[in-house]
Every structure is written in structure tokens, then in C-alpha cells.
Design a protein around this ligand. Structure first.
Ligand SMILES: [Zn+2]
Length: 387
């Protein structure tokens, strides 16, 4: 047993000054304020912030490695990059590709799981059943409506897949949403032209969230003499839907961060990095996103010709900082969107996502400049940058 004490303890709805947390093996046994219990090894948190380990639902890679490179080494490199910013659980995300490529991706994930220090959770498939007109940086030629053989592939691998991003307006999408949801997969609308009516039908069929709110989705437009809502406004207005938010300060600018927070609150927003292989590389470095050439920009990733954003180079701690400073959200709420809310979406919130007695001891310790100083996974100190 050991006791981390003298911390600003970030709980789901408040911050405890001079907080302590008692850990036995990999589980939080107790927590409190002021004087810690006697008789245990003590770790002085030096009045820094102690938060639950972050959970990233949507992340493609980092440090030059893309999970879709489909090698265990690529998984280890990218996961290590995110772990050093406090992400203790990762849903490796594959951009649109052929299902044959997804097979290699899953094989690599399976092998990497036992070697990775960060938890490699079941994967997120961002495609290929997306709207080509909202392809963004993904390859529209590989996008298609779901067919029976796709559904069979998905249902037979349901335990390895946590989320699928889909355009609900495609033929056959509603049936897939229904069946995959029943199999335990969280279905997410993204890269989509869906109208509010199509979104409502999808949510009724089980759709759980939207992928990167504001990015690559339909919004209000005039049809005939009336203005009709799109995916964006539907997601903001239906309490049943969770929203991913790439709060890196570039994909979604401050006014929109505030709008999202006002509409959904911390219980319905999951901060996601959507970080590409370029994350962590020097500005100007070129890299591949599938067949698309990208380069690292000043704080984000973009197409090689600079015409559009292609993904972020951010990590979870960056999103927490931006949500707190630019979105003007209380720190505990920003942390909640990076931990408890994603855990709730995945259905693992009874064991992960907050500092609470009985939950797993995954923590990140950071200072008031959002520099990560220590990380614990399952009670084990895996990163130590405390002097
Ligand atoms: Zn993505």
C-alpha cells in the first residue's frame, strides 16, 4: 500500500486541496483531505494536480507511427507518446481502409496489448462507411455503404471493436447501427451529411455519439424556404448523444468550445485528440495518412499543400488545458471530459475514469502549467519527471 498525499485531487465534480489517495496493488482503497492515514509508504505530490488517467477514444498515432501501420512497434511508439501526456487508456483508431487492412491492424493490436504500458482498449474504426463528400483527409475512394459481408466481419470481431464511426444516411447504415449496438459496439456519426431526421432515426436505432463535433458533419442549411438542422445541431440538442470534441484550439475555436459545453455539459462531451502520426514531430515534417500526404503545421497537422487540417498533433493534457483556458471550463470539468465521460461511453466507468474508492489506480500528476510530471498505470509509477 502507498499513499499519494499533498495533492490537489481532481474529482469528477470538485478539486480537493491537500488531498490524499491510498492505493493497494492496483486499486484505490480510500481518499480524503488533510492528514493522510499513518502506516503506509508516502508519496509527496508537492501540491500538484492529481487527476484520473486520461482515456482517448479517438487517436491515430504519434511520433511518426500510425496505428494503421499495423505493426506492434507502431502501437508501442504511439501509445508511449500519448502515455507521457497522461493518457493511460487508448482506443487505437483506424482511418478508412479496406477490411483486409483492418485485419492486420487488429492482429498488431492483439500482440501490442501485452507489451504496451498504456492500456490498449478495443479499437475505433473511423470508416469506411462514410460520406465521400465529407471525407476530409481520408480516402473517399475506399468509402462505401455497409454490405452484409462487412456486417458479418464487424459482428464476429465485436469484442475487439469499441467504436465505429459511420454516416447514418448511407443505405444499410441503420441496420448496422442496430446490430452492432446490440453486440456492444458504440456507434458514432461522423464524416456525414445526415439531416436531423436521419440522425433521430439513427439515435433511435442505438447511435451513441458523434465523432469530432463541428468537423466533417452537416450543419443547418436551407432546403426550399426553410432552414433545416443537420448532424451538428441535432447532436447539440439531443441529450441522448455524446459528443467527441477535438479541443486542440485549432479544430474547434473558443466560441464553438463554449457553445458545445453550454449545450452538452461535461457529462456528454469526450475530449479526443484525433492525433495523427505527425504528433510529436518537428513542424514541417511530412508523413502519410493512408495514401494522403500530410505535414506537421504549427500546433496541428494538415494536408501537404496546406489547404485543410488533417488531424491534430495534440495529446489529452493539451485538450484539458485548451478547454480550461479557451473554453473557460472549470478544471475539474475539463478533466472529467478526458476521463469519466469517455469511460462512461465505453461502459468501463465502474473501474476507470475517476478517483474514487474501488476504481483502478491510473493517475496523472501535472503542474499549473499543464506539464505532466508523473503517471501511474494500475498503481505502478510508469513516468517520473518530478525532481
Ligand atoms: Zn480521426
Amino acid at each position: 500500500m502507498f499513499c499519494i498525499h499533498n495533492a490537489k485531487l481532481i474529482l469528477a465534480d470538485q478539486i480537493l486541496d491537500r488531498g490524499w489517495v491510498l492505493v493497494e496493488n492496483d486499486v484505490i482503497r480510500a481518499l480524503g483531505q488533510a492528514d493522510p492515514p499513518d502506516g503506509h509508504e508516502r508519496v509527496d505530490a508537492e501540491q500538484l494536480y492529481l487527476a484520473p488517467g486520461f482515456i482517448d477514444l479517438h487517436v491515430h498515432g504519434g511520433l511518426g507511427s500510425d496505428f494503421l501501420d499495423a505493426t506492434p512497434d507502431a502501437f508501442i511508439t504511439a501509445a508511449g507518446f500519448h502515455l507521457s501526456a497522461g493518457t493511460t487508456s487508448i482506443c487505437p483508431t483506424a482511418a478508412t481502409a479496406a477490411y483486409l487492412t483492418f485485419d492486420s491492424f487488429l492482429t498488431a493490436w492483439q500482440t501490442a496489448k501485452s507489451r504496451s504500458i498504456a492500456r490498449l482498449l478495443p479499437v475505433h474504426l473511423e470508416g469506411p462507411h462514410l460520406a465521400p463528400s465529407k471525407a476530409g483527409a481520408q480516402n473517399p475512394e475506399l468509402m462505401c455503404p455497409p454490405r452484409d459481408e462487412h456486417k458479418e466481419w464487424i459482428l464476429s470481431r465485436a469484442r475487439s471493436v469499441s467504436q465505429i464511426t459511420i454516416a447514418p444516411e448511407l443505405p444499410g447504415a441503420l441496420h448496422l447501427i442496430e446490430d452492432a449496438t446490440r453486440a456492444g459496439i458504440r456507434m458514432s456519426a461522423g464524416h456525414t451529411e445526415a439531416s436531423d431526421k436521419e440522425m433521430e432515426a439513427a439515435v433511435d436505432a442505438g447511435l451513441a455519439k458523434v465523432t469530432h463535433l463541428f468537423n466533417a458533419m452537416s450543419s443547418a442549411s436551407k432546403r426550399g424556404i426553410f432552414r433545416q438542422a443537420g448532424t451538428l445541431e441535432y447532436a447539440l440538442s439531443d441529450d441522448r448523444i455524446f459528443c467527441e470534441l477535438v479541443a486542440d484550439g485549432f479544430h474547434v475555436l473558443p466560441t464553438l468550445l463554449k457553445l458545445a459545453y453550454r449545450a452538452k455539459g461535461p457529462e456528454r462531451i469526450a475530449l479526443v485528440s484525433d492525433c495523427l502520426a505527425g504528433g510529436g514531430l518537428p513542424e514541417g515534417t511530412g508523413f502519410q495518412l493512408g495514401r494522403v500526404r500530410c505535414k506537421v503545421g504549427p500546433g496541428y497537422c494538415m494536408l501537404e499543400n496546406g489547404s485543410a487540417l488533417s488531424g491534430s498533433s495534440a495529446r489529452m493534457i493539451d485538450l484539458v488545458r485548451v478547454m480550461n483556458q479557451q473554453g473557460e471550463v472549470p478544471l475539474f470539468a475539463a478533466v472529467r471530459m478526458a476521463s469519466l465521460t469517455p469511460a462512461t461511453i465505453l461502459g468501463i466507468d465502474s473501474h476507470f475514469g475517476s478517483i474514487q474508492s474501488g476504481k483502478t489506480a491510473d493517475f496523472v500528476l501535472f503542474d499549473d502549467k499543464f506539464a505532466v510530471r508523473r503517471v501511474w498505470v494500475g498503481g505502478a509509477l510508469v513516468l517520473d519527471q518530478l525532481k
